[in-house]
Design a protein around this ligand. Structure first.
Ligand code: FAD
Length: 342
């Protein structure tokens, strides 16, 4: 496996936290790279809710998740951070080189030497929860979709949504006027979605624009290399119904897995990594920020992830070069942005 260039900071995770960390690294003159298992930057925002509006990011009264990612990537990559997408971090080792030592991050695609590591791995490398029925893999991306990246994909199509949470109800709203028909089934009669969205969907049902059924589950998918019909069954009455349709979208949450990161001797609390006030883990030189961290009062939000990325990177810069100040100064005064330093 080819070993890559030594960087100051290797960031595991290209979600909002990792992207903001790349920005701060560049601003502090530290070289960095981002490694992510997903094929695109943006973490949960791109993988789970690209078309949803976010209302609690400073400076944006409201912003679409995918637009926030676009702008965070522009900001984060402006100093030349490299990105290595579609690579899962599988290992980490420490190498003594007579110069303070370095880490080598191992992925399924290469080896990445680094002076420090910043884990911004969110909820881990995640995978959508499947229906659990025989043969469903045959239809993945052939009428069976575990996420909606572009609603236009469902234009004029007969869609079955499966689930009782925010994602399922949001898409029952957002596909109105796009999909030809929308059915939403859930295995229970209790929903986890926002009450206002549930009321909105119930109103659509009264108007005949949506068919919401509780105690129904998918039993069988059929089609010739593409979803053509589905058999659903009622878990209480045992009734079965076969429906002709074009797309099934199960939105049942996801499994996440920290994978190899669990083996690095880091102090954890449940699935999260414990950090101190400088965002350092119990292993010197390894920092963590964003959803993956645990400390008293922790909030898992984009805003807190950004602040933690800033703290982690500035402390990593000081760790690499103890003469470098932790405090970055104000960006509005920095020469790197063409500003006059006070
Ligand atoms: P993530 O976004 O999870 O990114 C982590 C990245 O690390 C992922 O891309 C993953 O692939 C990668 N990764 C993990 N493990 C590995 C590995 N071993 N190898 C390689 N790559 C790896 N927050 C708000 O502030 N406001 C909101 O309105 C809001 N709405 C939300 C709506 C929904 C439906 C959901 C699910 C979340 C919402 N959140 C919201 C939460 C917000 O998305 C998270 O707080 C944020 O994404 C955390 O960012 P992160 O960069 O720390 O982690």
């Amino acid at each position: 496996m080819a070993e890559q260039e030594l960087k100051d900071i290797s960031i595991i995770g290209g979600g909002p936290t990792g992207l903001f960390a790349a920005f701060y690294a560049g601003m502090r003159g530290a070289s960095c790279r981002i490694i992510d298992a997903l094929p695109a930057l943006g973490g949960q925002l791109m993988a789970l809710y690209p078309e949803k509006y976010i209302f609690d990011v400073a400076g944006f009264p409201k912003v679409l998740a995918k637009d926030l990612v676009r702008d965070m990537a522009t900001q984060g990559l402006q100093f030349g951070a490299t990105t290595h997408l579609g690579e899962v971090v599988t290992g980490l080792r420490r190498v003594e080189d007579g110069n303070g030592g370095r880490f080598v991050l191992e992925t399924d695609g290469g080896e990445y030497p680094s002076r420090t590591i910043l884990i911004a791995a969110g909820i881990g490398a995640f995978e959508a929860r499947h229906l659990g029925i025989e043969g469903e893999d045959l239809y993945e991306e052939r009428g069976l979709y575990f996420k909606v990246l572009d609603p236009k994909q469902f234009e004029g199509r007969r869609v079955l949504l499966v689930g009782g949470g925010d994602s399922a109800f949001d898409w029952a709203v957002n596909l109105q006027g796009v999909a030809k028909s929308i059915m939403l089934i859930h295995r229970r009669d209790g929903f986890r979605a926002h009450a206002a969205t549930i009321r909105q969907v119930e109103e659509f049902c009264r108007e005949g624009r949506c068919d919401l059924r509780t105690f129904w589950e998918v039993k069988k998918i059929e089609g010739n290399g593409q979803v053509e019909r589905v058999t659903i069954h009622n878990t209480r009455t045992k009734e079965e119904e076969t429906i002709e349709l074009d797309a099934i979208i199960p939105l049942l949450g996801f499994h996440s897995d920290l994978g190899a990161i669990k083996e690095w001797g880091l102090d954890t609390e449940k699935a999260d990594i414990k950090v101190n006030q400088t965002m350092e883990t119990n292993v010197p030189g390894i920092y963590a920020a964003g959803d993956i961290t645990s400390y008293p009062g922790k909030l898992k939000l984009i805003a807190t992830g950004a602040a933690e990325a800033c703290i982690a990177v500035n402390n990593a810069v000081h760790y690499i070069n103890p003469k470098a100040k932790v405090n970055p100064g104000h960006s509005s005064n920095l020469a790197i942005f063409g500003q006059k330093e006070d």
